[in-house]
Design a protein around this ligand. Structure first.
Ligand code: GRF
Length: 206
């Protein structure tokens, strides 16, 4: 399967996918990495791995829909089977959603449907939950509302309240990277279908 990965930051989830995809048995190849900003480690990681990159900044377009159209066209050019939003901090537009419907995977650092949005780790901590984690899900029109593919659990420690969730987010990301690699690999190798809110990935026959 062909993957386009979208990033906005450090790209450690991207790196995990790059490392996994180095093995042909993984079943997926990253054909391009896209970003909404320059100068991020995520783009460097892609370049280092010899993967083509593209950047579309919202502020370079007169309207948000123009940005969306450009991102959609450039992503489509690479003919992905799956698009992976791995720490991509922009909400995808209608054209993008339509073009890649049911094939966009996002990772979120909380146990959805709790704590959607840009501050999932902090919000969970502030709420006082004792377990949180991460969710790999399909993207729909809402913010972090799409059908869930996989989840991982991380316990909250009392000490997590001392640093605004930084240590907690690091522990979540350790689980998140493996969860994302596993889910995307299974989808790439086995395919997936959506039944209501459920994402079903066939179990491989031995
Ligand atoms: C991940 O925790 C992702 O879920 C969140 O931002 C983080 C991205 O980390 N929204 P990285 O850029 O993959 O290192």
């Amino acid at each position: 399967a062909r993957l386009v990965v979208l990033v906005s930051g450090s790209g450690t989830n991207l790196q995990a996918l790059i490392d996994a995809a180095a093995d042909p048995a993984y079943g997926a190849v990253i054909v391009a990495v896209g970003a909404d900003r320059d100068g991020i480690a995520g783009l460097e990681r892609a370049e280092k791995a010899g993967i083509p990159t593209f950047v579309h900044r919202v502020k370079d377009y007169p309207e948000r829909t123009d940005w969306d159209a450009a991102l959609t066209a450039q992503t489509a050019f690479h003919e992905p089977d799956l698009v992976v939003s791995a720490g991509f901090m922009k909400i995808l537009g209608g054209a993008f959603m339509q073009r890649f419907e049911g094939r966009i995977v996002n990772t979120h650092p909380a146990l959805l449907p709790s704590f959607p949005g840009a501050h999932g780790v902090r919000d969970a901590l502030a709420y006082g939950v004792k377990v949180t984690g991460c969710t790999v899900h399909l993207v729909d029109e809402g913010v972090d509302t799409g059908p869930i593919i996989a989840q991982g659990v991380v316990e909250v420690a009392d000490s997590d309240h001392e640093d605004d969730g930084e240590a907690l987010h690091e522990r979540i990301k350790n689980v998140e990277r493996n969860l994302l690699v596993d889910a995307v690999g299974r989808m790439a190798r086995e395919g997936h279908r959506v039944d209501g809110r459920r994402v079903l990935i066939p179990v491989p026959t031995a």
